[in-house]
Design a protein around this ligand. Structure first.
Ligand SMILES: O=C(CO)COP(=O)(O)O
Length: 248
């Protein structure tokens, strides 16, 4: 009850200053549902630029970070740096980080722990592959990925949003049906109730991600355990505003 709808736009490795200006102007024009929280996940190199042009009501997220504040980690950025340029969120454990860059559950957990300790809010992503779904392992995978996060999150659940993103639905145009998504969200909440606490299960927001569009957002958003979206492709387009407003 009372979970504020939260919509994230994950731009991935897309956008240049021209396109960013267009996206931000579109968000400013809105109008955006004041009851929805909006966070845009931008490429690291544009974090400061986006922060300088976006209204304060819109959160800005990095799409990854390292698990230490500074040091000899060529090419990486730290939560301290993300905060220093004014952003306050980071997306961690995205399936593209897990599959393309080989990030395992324990590395994701270490990153989550350090990001939270550093005062960032975290969108932590979980989700099964098509092979895992077809083998009937959806819950096993999602519970395993979430279990790894429990010690990392500790008492910091208020600063965490979970994003359930079935890998087979990402960038494929194959959205999970509202029932498929609702089922996983509900069983994850149930699992959290036993393995974290009933209060955490009740209050944590769980986003759905994977081919969300203005067309399917309303039906997905109406499901009782879907508390928002993590949007890839459509977050670069004007329809993102309609997705933010899906529960209005
Ligand atoms: O990976 C996603 C968001 O993090 C989803 O991407 P698409 O919305 O492009 O399927």
């Amino acid at each position: 009850m009372g979970r504020k709808f939260v919509v994230g736009g994950n731009w991935k490795m897309n956008g240049d200053k021209n396109q960013i200006n267009e996206i931000v102007n579109n968000l400013k024009k809105g109008p955006l549902d004041p009851n929805a929280e909006v966070v845009i996940g931008v490429p690291a190199i544009y974090l400061a630029y986006v922060k300088s042009i976006v209204p304060n009501t819109i959160g800005v997220a990095a799409q990854n970070c390292w698990k230490a504040p500074k040091g000899a980690f060529t090419g990486e950025i730290s939560p301290a740096m993300i905060k220093d340029v004014g952003a306050d969120w980071v997306i961690l454990g995205h399936s593209e980080r897990r599959t393309i860059f080989g990030e395992k559950d324990d590395l994701v957990a270490e990153k989550v722990a350090h990001a939270l300790e550093s005062g960032l809010k975290v969108i932590a992503c979980i989700g099964e592959t098509l092979e895992e779904r077809e083998a009937g392992k959806t819950e096993e995978v999602v519970f395993r990925q979430t279990k790894a996060l429990l010690p990392a999150i500790g008492n910091n659940w208020a600063n965490v949003v979970l994003a359930y993103e079935p890998v087979w639905a990402i960038g494929t145009g194959k959205t999970a049906t509202p029932q498929q998504a609702q089922d996983v969200h509900a069983s994850l909440r149930n699992w959290l109730s036993s393995n974290a606490s009933p209060d955490i299960a009740e209050t944590v927001r769980i986003q759905y991600g994977g081919s969300v569009t203005a067309v399917n957002a309303k039906e997905l958003g109406a499901c009782p355990d879907i508390d928002g979206f993590l949007v890839g492709g459509a977050s670069l387009k004007p329809e993102f505003v309609d997705i933010v407003n899906a529960t209005q």
